[in-house]
Write a protein that binds this ligand. Structure first.
Ligand code: NAP
Length: 271
């Protein structure tokens, strides 16, 4: 098995995950060359840039566009990806709607919430309900060789979803990412022992929004982390790479927070 798929890999965290997984595949010198697929929605140039970085490592990489807010498009993408690069070793459900920047930032709360639910929850679940069982039916004994042949799937949640955060962002991303994290746990129960399913829950990661945010949020993001800094896309990619590696062969149904450790003494003045 050598297929590796990362959804939403045209920028930010997804791009870093795809490149990290490609680098690790090269380092492992697996006897079968991996085939990678980078998914995107609109940012074709970004997806091509990710694919070029991967191809420079000597790994075959295709790009495929699909809008995951449409269930039929999400399902079609899942079938297409299996056909193109299956059997699948690693599938990362990273794609997530951005409602904080660009045109969606001006939408009503209700519209943003529905869009997030459509993309992050329903679209991701639709994909996983096709890809997960297909991965479980692939050839190979998941119990031999310390789990090194166990295919795995990773979801991206949010560290504050289980606790809650004040304001519209908390009331949107909280329920949406909590649903993603809960879905991942149930999928782990459903597909064991043939597929490992885990979740990475990032904290404040400095991607597009974080780079242009206010002094208040900059201060808040850094001081809410015990490491006293923003997280990076590489921090998240490293956790995903671990969870998908043979070293994590006995780890499934887990969520790892990548937030630098929550600072319980955090205190900043209001915005
Ligand atoms: N940054 C953070 O602090 C943070 C914290 C917690 C969780 N997360 C989660 O981490 C993941 C990556 O976030 P990021 O900050 O790297 O965001 P990003 O740079 O905006 O990337 C999001 C990716 O998702 C894709 N996408 C967006 N809407 C889509 C749709 N309707 N259908 C299919 N694909 C769609 C985008 O595709 P195109 O651009 O090609 O259209 C892009 O590739 C998301 O799930 C996000 O919720 C981020």
């Amino acid at each position: 098995m050598t297929g590796i798929v990362v959804t939403g890999a045209s920028s930010g965290i997804g791009r870093q995950i795809a490149i990290q997984l490609a680098q690790d595949a090269v380092r492992r010198e697996s006897p079968t060359a991996p085939r990678m697929l980078v998914h995107y929605r609109r940012n074709r140039a970004g997806a091509e840039a990710t694919a070029e970085s991967i191809q420079r490592l000597g790994i075959e990489c295709q790009i495929v566009a699909a809008d995951l807010s449409e269930i039929s498009a999400a399902e079609q993408f899942a079938r297409d990806a299996l056909e193109r690069v299956g059997p699948i070793d690693t599938w990362v459900n990273n794609a997530g709607a951005d409602v904080l920047t660009g045109e969606p930032a001006s939408w009503s709360f209700d519209r943003k919430l529905r869009w997030l639910l459509d993309v992050d929850v329903c679209g991701t679940a639709a994909i996983s309900r096709i890809v997960g069982p297909a991965m479980a039916e692939q050839e190979g004994d998941p119990l031999d060789d310390a789990g090194s042949v166990t295919p795995s799937m990773v979801f991206i949640g949010w560290d504050q979803a289980p606790e809650g955060m004040e304001g519209d962002a908390g009331m949107m991303f909280g329920p949406v990412k909590a649903a993603v994290m809960a879905f991942a746990k149930s999928l782990a129960q459903t597909l064991a022992p043939r597929v490992r399913v885990n979740c990475v829950a990032p904290g404040w990661i400095q991607t597009a929004w974080g780079e242009s945010t206010s002094e208040y949020w900059n201060e808040r993001a850094t001081s809410q982390s015990l490491m006293n800094r923003w997280g990076s896309a590489s921090d998240v990619a490293a956790a995903v790479a671990y969870l998908t590696s043979p070293a994590a062969g006995f780890i499934t149904g887990q969520t790892i927070n990548v937030n630098g450790g929550w600072n319980r003494r955090f205190l900043v003045a209001d915005d």
